[in-house]
Design a protein around this ligand. Structure first.
Ligand code: SAM
Length: 288
């Protein structure tokens, strides 16, 4: 196989196929040879397990995953990359490429059909324009996977891995913390990509929880989280009553019973505060 990390080789392959990079699809391909083996290893690719990859590009990470895992299923939206991938990855018999938008796939069905009960992990160098929706889908679909290891922009890594109760936290942080234990693995500079983006990146791993935190009403929990973070500059009293459409007296009562100051800001809440709010709101019946 050609050296797919060599920009000259990449250019040759791409020009033979008449391929031009799509900025819209977040196409920044890895050219730093040390990154993919580390993602494969830290992402848990192993001989008895499967890997779901999102956005294989021309296949640098896919190649590494195929060398280490029992089976790899890679989902690529850009149909122009399929003939390139069948050329660059022709030696791997444990690979299936699916030409689809990952956001529109029934991933639970796909995993059940393709991986035959083997342990599965997700590995990706995600297109930056859909980092949050893809991460949210992977978590909310409750896929039977051990972890999600992915490259994201540094700012996204800060948000996704932030502890709740800090300034970087947002609704997506709360969801990540609910379903997983996130960790930053290593940094990747902008020069590791072709074309080079104007931001640095970080590889993170979301270790999926086997048991989820106990909350009174999960739907209500996320309604509160999403609601108050849309009004993150307001006091909790205003954010809670405004976003959930409940009157201020009821919101004040709920905050008091949950032991939370009405003048605190949404970003100051920790997971247990959201759980307490959910419990009290659920008891009060005010949000239904
Ligand atoms: N894995 C390759 C690498 O590391 O060099 C490419 C990573 S590139 C940042 C993101 C890839 O995701 C591109 O190949 C792009 O075409 C693909 N992509 C973009 N949107 C997608 C979507 N909605 N579903 C599946 N793949 C998508």
């Amino acid at each position: 196989m050609d050296n797919l990390y060599d920009p000259a080789v990449i250019k040759k392959i791409l020009s033979r196929h008449g391929f031009t990079f799509s900025k819209r699809l977040g196409q920044n391909f890895l050219i730093n040879p040390s990154v993919c083996p580390r993602i494969a290893e830290l992402g848990g690719a192993r001989p008895d397990g499967g890997v779901l990859e999102i956005g294989p590009g021309i296949g640098v990470l896919t190649n590494e995953l195929c060398k280490n895992a029992k089976k790899v299923v890679a989902v690529e939206l850009d149909g122009r990359l399929l003939p390139i991938l069948s050329e660059t990855l022709s030696e791997h018999k444990n690979l299936k490429i699916i030409n689809a938008d990952v956001l529109k796939l029934d991933l639970n069905k796909l995993l059940a059909e393709e991986f035959d009960g083997m342990p599965v992990t997700v590995c990706a160098n995600l297109p930056y324009y859909i980092t949050s929706p893809v991460v949210m889908k992977l978590l909310e679909d409750r896929l039977p996977v051990e972890s999600v290891t992915t490259m994201v922009q540094r700012e996204a890594a800060d948000r996704l891995c932030a502890p709740l109760g800090t300034r970087e936290a947002g609704a997506v942080t709360a969801a990540v913390r609910f379903y997983s234990e996130p960790e930053k693995l290593f940094s990747v500079g902008r020069g590791s990509f072709m074309p080079s983006p104007n931001v640095d990146s970080e590889v993170i791993r979301l270790n999926i929880r086997k048991t989820l935190p106990q909350v009174a009403d999960e739907k209500l929990y996320f309604k509160i989280v999403r609601g108050v973070f849309t009004m993150r500059r307001k006091t909790l009293l205003n954010a809670l009553s405004g976003s959930l459409g409940i009157d201020k007296a009821a919101a004040s009562e709920v905050l008091k019973s949950a032991g939370i100051s009405p003048t605190a800001r949404p970003e100051q809440l920790r997971g247990e505060d959201f759980a307490a709010l959910c419990e009290e709101l659920s008891k009060s019946g005010a949000a239904h």
